[in-house]
Design a protein around this ligand. Structure first.
Ligand code: 13P
Length: 255
């Protein structure tokens, strides 16, 4: 399948930024700027912002996502949020396995897999994040790390479910550092991810998966990164908090 047939997706990951009223204000800035987008546009926002964000995005082409979810339907998991809660409030996408969750909150491939399965079962579309640490790249084990994450995070995900999965390649060393992977580095790993998916499923299934790049993507480098064959979109942190910058990235993906 050629790239033009895959769904290009630009998603903002707001991380722990913006209060509900600030979320409304930012979305009110973003939505008119991206209304003619020829790609999927998503804002993944903190849990407490979701209601306000869904309201602000109503009637627009911007979809709202969450930044995590738990795998159990309900129960004694203080502080956690279930897939059913997210569905009911109007969430469509959910970021899973972000490196900040892996680094600071003990997330493992096993828990990412459980969350991914639960999200899919609930009809949510997971954006599953993978990526190597700087140390792992320097030791030349990037491909081993990525292959392991892809295999474990998608363990037991069926070919049919894979249609609703988005993969985000986020080299940990490029997140929030201003250090972007070169477009060749991004393409190399995104192509590798697709090859792994082809091995685990088949070529047609792999060809249909949207693979995003994330890590200091901004209005200045989006064009170049998105021009690559296997880079189908972006997961944007810092630049997604500035309406004009986010809109410029959406525009770059709409070409
Ligand atoms: P930055 O764009 O701020 O580097 O963050 C990337 C990211 O982690 C998106 O999930």
């Amino acid at each position: 399948m050629d790239k033009a047939k895959r769904k290009a997706i630009i998603a903002g990951n707001w991380k722990m930024n913006k209060t509900p009223s600030e979320a409304t204000a930012l979305l009110n800035e973003i939505t008119p700027l991206v209304k003619d987008a020829d790609c999927e546009v998503i804002a993944c926002v903190p849990y407490v912002d979701i209601a306000a964000a869904v309201e602000a995005a109503k009637g627009t082409n911007v979809k709202i996502g969450a930044e995590n979810c738990h795998w159990a339907e309900s129960g004694a998991f203080t502080g956690e949020i279930s897939t059913g809660m997210l569905k009911e409030i109007g969430v469509e996408y959910v970021v899973l396995g972000h490196s900040e969750r892996r680094q600071y909150f003990g997330e493992t491939d096993e828990t990412v897999n459980k969350r991914t399965k639960a999200a899919l079962a609930a009809g949510l579309k997971p954006i599953v994040c993978v990526g190597e640490l700087l140390w792992e790249r320097e030791c030349d084990i990037t491909e081993e790390v990525i292959a392991r994450q892809i295999k474990l995070d998608l363990w037991d995900v069926t070919e049919d479910e894979l249609k609703n999965v988005v993969i985000a390649y986020e080299p940990v060393w490029a997140i929030g550092t201003g250090k972007t992977a070169t477009s060749d580095q991004a393409e190399e790993v995104c192509a590798f991810i697709r090859a792994q998916l082809a091995k685990l499923y088949n070529q047609a299934a792999a060809d249909a998966v949207t693979i995003q790049y994330g890590g200091s993507m901004n209005d200045g480098n989006a064009d170049e990164l998105l021009s690559k064959t296997n880079v189908d979109g972006g997961l944007i942190g810092g630049a997604s908090l500035v309406a004009e910058k986010f809109a410029a990235i959406v525009k770059a993906a709409s070409k």
